[in-house]
Ligand binder design. Sequence first.
Ligand code: PLP
Length: 378
Amino acid sequence: MSEIQQKKLSKHTVPFGALYKQYQNLQMEIDEAIRSTIRSSNFIGGAPVAEFETAFGDLIGEPLVVACANGTDSIEIILESFGIGIGDEVLVPAISWISTAEAVSRVGATPVFVDIDPVTFCIDASIIPKWITSKTKAILPVHLYGRAADMSSICKIAATNNLKVIEDCAQAHLSIHKNKYVGTWGDAASFSFYPGKNLGAYGDAGCMVFKEAEFEKIARQIAHHGQVKKHHHLRIGRNSRLDTLQAAILLAKMPNLKEWTEMRRNIAEEYNTRITNKYLTLPELLSNEHVYHLYVIKTDDRQALISYLNSNGIESAIHYPTALPFLQCYEFLKLSPTNFPIATSIQHKILSIPLYPELSSEDISYIVDKLNDFSPSV
Ligand SMILES: *Cc1c(COP(=O)(O)O)cnc(C)c1O
């Protein structure tokens, strides 16, 4: 068989992510980061950890950074640093990854779910005041899919009601709201460097960002067994450190984050101009703000679209199939869908399609063409 014949037969496939491709493009830097960590054999608390904190702080322009084990611990430790716990309520969006609510529950507080805005997919700031009670201690907005929540409104509401603002930036590294990076609006922010995030480690990794040194100090102690210095355990803490190896890998990748973000924005722009199928609703294009961690479209016949894409070799994913109030672990709260009409309806329509810097222009054209050819079974 000739090469051309073979090519015709082999189907075009587009995976949902391309972490190995990313590695191949940066192989020298990453291999050297790993090798030098092994050479030093300082696997816990090695120099790259502090270097990472400084570099990430410089990147977003907020110096008080505490590295930790993952982006769920970071939310939990931030809450604990602020003294939020049993009897307290924290407002969270009705759609997010479980971490956002889980961390609130883990410190003994109650997550109070607030419906999302149908356009931004983020917490609907206009209805936040309705959910504030005497027990409310904080608002925990999530910059979902990489688009910033309405931070200026949220911070105003928080100031009026004496609440802390904790930003969940796990999906939104370098995302911008009103000319200001996310993670620099609230009293604190949580970042995840889970491998598939816009800046990802080779395992679990996360960090916290603080406005005030007082809380940064407490959080650092909590994440390091409550120590002020070695063997001086001031408080009951826990072990939530960033591995030296992960810090070194993140440092090797970080110089590329701005360029990767631009590439994500360019692909989103192509999708938005070239996908014209009336059965699909595209996310709003915000090329200078959104960082498109996920490109999430809506359709009334999602199952048909998933099967169609699958049969054409295009992977897709749902973020997330069940809104937080309706997850089994929150059944005990007995929450009613009538309180979350947008989340209730959107959870059945959203679908994430491949978007990452390593997509080739052939991949992009292929995805665009296939999406434009889709029509639902009905
Ligand atoms: C990824 C993510 C987290 C944290 O995840 P980890 O895997 O614990 O690092 C938190 N919130 C959201 C919205 C996320 O997407």
